[in-house]
Design a protein around this ligand. Structure first.
Ligand code: HEM
Length: 152
C-alpha cells in the first residue's frame, strides 16, 4: 500500500468524515496545538535561561525544573494528539507533505533529546549545549509546522 492509497483510505474513514463535517473540531484542535506550542517553546526558553543562571535561581534547579518539565511533557502529548486530529482532517494533503514528514522526524528527535536533558536538570545539573540545541530544534519545528500550509 502506498502513502497515497493509505491517505485516500484514511480520508474516507468515518472518523475523518466526522472531523470534516464538524464545524468546531478543527479550530479547537488547531487552537490547542498552538497553545501547546507556546507551552513547549516558552518552557524550553525558561529552562535555557535557568541553565545560564538568568531565571529562577532562588530555588534549586531540580525543584524549579520539575513542574515545568511535567507541563512540557503534557503539552507534547497534546501536540501529538491534536496533530493526529489535524492529519485526520485532511489526510490526502497532510500525509504526503514532505515538510510534515520532516517535522514528525524532528519532533521524535526533540522528544529523544528532551529525555537526557530532563534527566540532568532533575538531578540538579545544568546542560547548556543540550538545552540550547533543544530550544533551536523546537524553533525549527515551529517553522516547519507553519510551512506545511505553503509547501505542496
Ligand atoms: C507528532 C507530533 C505532531 C504532529 C503529527 C503535528 C501535525 C501538524 C499538522 C497536521 C498541522 C497542520 C498543518 C497545515 O495543514 O497547515 C500542524 C501545524 C502546526 N504545528 Fe504541528 N504537529 C506535531 C507537533 C508539533 C510540535 C512539537 C510543534 C512545535 C513545538 C508544532 C508546531 C506547529 C505549528 C506552529 C503549526 C502551524 C499552526 C497554524 O499555523 O495553524 N507541531 N501540525
Amino acid at each position: 500500500m502506498t502513502l497515497e492509497t493509505f491517505s485516500s483510505w484514511l480520508d474516507a474513514t468515518p472518523i475523518s468524515e466526522a472531523i470534516k463535517a464538524s464545524g468546531y473540531i478543527i479550530p479547537f484542535a488547531q487552537s490547542l496545538h498552538i497553545l501547546s506550542v507556546a507551552f513547549v517553546f516558552s518552557g524550553a526558553a525558561l529552562l535555557v535561561a535557568r541553565d545560564f543562571g538568568r531565571w529562577g535561581t532562588s530555588e534549586p534547579l531540580a525543584a524549579w525544573a520539575a513542574p515545568l518539565i511535567a507541563r512540557q511533557r503534557l503539552a507534547l502529548a497534546v501536540l501529538v494528539l491534536t496533530g493526529a486530529v489535524l492529519i485526520l482532517a485532511e489526510p490526502t494533503r497532510e500525509l504526503v507533505s514532505r515538510v510534515l514528514q520532516v517535522k514528525v522526524v524532528l519532533v521524535a528527535l526533540a522528544a529523544a533529546l528532551a529525555v537526557p536533558l530532563a534527566r540532568r536538570q532533575l538531578a540538579g545539573r545544568s546542560a547548556h549545549g543540550l538545552s540550547v540545541a533543544l530550544l533551536g530544534l523546537w524553533g525549527v519545528i515551529i517553522f516547519a509546522g507553519r510551512w506545511i500550509a505553503y509547501a505542496s
